[in-house]
Design a protein around this ligand. Structure first.
Ligand code: GLN
Length: 201
């Protein structure tokens, strides 16, 4: 039996295409998530896992609320659907956002505080080989946030110099960087491996 994992990629703004290409290259089916209907039906989630891409977190936050998607997304992730948030996606997942845009909110699903644009200088935006708990990955940093507080039960997956740039709590992984821009498959493979459809294969 072949069971194909379906990954929903939040598609309101940002680097949606790169994530979809990488996941499809790994054999997953991807669906863009723009509404509650894309995300879940009467029987539960329509996806096995989720990606919240990079982009501009304050814009994605505004659109999430405009399209009545913030609460369904929060409930779906809180129910245990494995989720990978990259860069702006990490900001959206965090409990607390420092240096937010005016009125910016977050989903409050990861017990961390993040500082937006902490690695905001030109020299900090770079492609690097980064040691992580999943191995060495080739990733890009673009005006990246850093995690400035790590709550209990949150595992640190990666640091860049002294700054925490990757965390995991339960089925939620948040990273400051972009593995999808370099094509590094490590984090996407891990997401697929933790997806229920992959486990039942
Ligand atoms: N600075 C952006 C934000 O706050 C994140 C940048 C990115 O996703 N590359 O959303």
């Amino acid at each position: 039996m072949t069971v194909v994992t379906t990954v929903g990629v939040l598609a309101l703004q940002g680097g949606v295409r790169e994530h979809r290409l990488l996941l499809e290259h790994l054999g997953a089916t991807t669906v863009p998530i723009r509404s509650e209907r894309d995300l879940r039906g009467a029987d539960g989630p329509r996806v096995d896992s989720l990606v919240l891409p990079g982009g501009e977190s304050s814009t994605i936050d505004r659109l999430l609320r405009l399209y009545d998607l913030a609460e369904p997304l929060r409930e779906t992730i809180a129910a245990g659907v494995p989720t990978l948030g990259t860069c702006a996606g990490l900001v959206l997942l965090a409990d607390e956002v420092l240096d937010p845009a005016p009125g910016q909110q977050s989903l409050g699903l990861l017990d961390v505080s993040v500082r937006r644009n902490a690695l905001g200088r030109q020299v900090d935006s770079a492609e690097v080989d980064l040691d992580t708990a999943l191995g060495t990955v080739r990733v890009a940093f673009i005006r990246a946030p850093v995690v400035v507080r790590v709550g209990g039960g949150v595992e640190v997956l990666a640091r860049r110099d002294e700054s925490v740039v990757g965390v995991r709590a339960g089925a939620i992984t948040g990273v400051s960087f972009h593995p999808e821009l370099t094509g590094d498959e490590t984090f996407h493979r891990a997401l697929l491996q933790s997806s229920p459809a992959a486990i039942s294969r």
